[in-house]
Design a protein around this ligand. Structure first.
Ligand code: SF4
Length: 347
């Protein structure tokens, strides 16, 4: 009789899916725990006597005063933000490596500078050698910024940074500009990076007007701090106050009544926004591929078959009413319209 060969099924194949998930959750929890342990080791830095160049572009003066007077109460970034910061640092390192590999190694990396008269402190990501002397300079300060892909296409020049709708981009200009004045360079460079794209290198000339504005604000902050007083809060802005590390002690007046929603709903809302991004891409492609009668796209009015794809055009008759405005006017009435939008806090 032939002996039956028994196959031992490894235990993992007989596990329930929940067990697999538990193991995955444990690995994730350990990733978080490693970051948490690092954070616990870090003591908050006493910064009561100085302003930081990376923050001077913040749109709220009260924030800048809190950053000095209440540094101990500053809210730490949550673990999710911790991963984002880590990613930024890793990307910065990668950009430096890419530049170094082709002979443009940044020097004086992370060197602090001080402007004692303003109590301003900052550091520059490095000084980049230039391929040839420019206005007599063989090198220039460079600030590396890792950019969310969402904003990548919209930033092509220093004006796009300087006038960006998001305050932290405008703050980048203030940060580099402060260094150009502190270290007396007439120009510098932004090196922007994002996932899977060629870095963008954007020159910035020293901006007198911006420096006059920023240094006047720093003086105001210094005066408030000396008097241990606070300026008035800005009108509540979810894009600024919603991201503020001092909102818990500032408690800015909210012009709008906010409804309490359980934190568990956040995932549903995030999924909605994720789908919206796809929808926006779909609408963009629809414009270029189909378009309409005023702006026909590549395949407007076409009938064709391409492999498994059919392009079909049907012509229908529709009745339209071209009613003169003076005939419509007596029927006009104002109605309350409720428009609710869901967007990211940093949009
Ligand atoms: S919560 Fe708003 S008003 Fe208060 S400090 Fe922060 S940004 Fe300024």
């Amino acid at each position: 009789m032939m002996e039956t060969e028994l196959i031992t099924i490894p235990k993992v194949y007989s596990s329930t899916y929940q067990e697999l998930q538990d193991a995955a959750n444990e690995i994730t929890a350990r990733l978080d725990a490693a970051r948490q342990a690092k954070r616990d080791e870090e003591e908050p830095r006493d910064r009561s006597d100085r302003n930081y160049a990376s923050e001077i572009g913040h749109p709220c003066l009260k924030f800048l005063v809190h950053a000095r007077l209440d540094w101990k109460q500053r809210k730490m970034p949550d673990i999710t933000a911790e991963y984002r910061l880590e990613e930024g640092n890793e990307r910065e390192w990668l950009v430096k490596k890419k530049l170094g590999d082709i002979g443009f190694e940044l020097i004086l990396s992370q060197k602090y500078y001080h402007l004692e008269a303003l109590r301003l402190r900052g550091k520059i990501d490095g000084i980049i050698p230039l391929p040839r002397p420019v206005r007599g300079y063989r090198e220039a300060p460079a600030e590396i910024k890792s950019i969310n892909p969402q904003w990548w296409d919209g930033i092509k020049s220093i004006d796009d940074i300087r006038n960006h709708s998001k305050w932290w981009f405008r703050g980048y200009a203030s940060q580099l500009n402060a260094y150009l004045f502190a270290a007396d360079y007439p120009f510098g460079y932004f090196i922007l990076d994002t996932f899977g794209k060629r870095p963008k290198i954007i020159p910035m000339e020293r901006d007198e007007e911006l420096w006059t504005h920023d240094s006047a604000r720093i003086r105001q902050v210094n005066e408030y701090c000396e008097r241990k007083e606070y300026p008035a809060p800005i009108p509540y802005d979810p894009g600024i106050c919603g991201m503020c590390d001092f909102a818990h002690i500032c408690q800015p007046l909210r012009a709008t009544e906010y409804t309490e929603i359980p934190a568990s709903e956040e995932e549903v809302l995030k999924e909605f926004l994720w789908l919206r991004e796809f929808h926006e891409k779909y609408e963009e492609m629809k414009k270029t591929l189909i378009g309409d009668k005023n702006k026909p796209g590549r395949f407007w009015g076409v009938n064709a078959v391409v492999g498994s794809v059919v392009i079909e055009t049907k012509i229908q008759q529709r009745t339209t009413y071209d009613v003169p405005a003076e005939v419509k006017a007596p029927y006009a009435k104002k109605q309350e319209v409720v428009i609710t939008s869901i967007k990211r806090i940093d949009e």
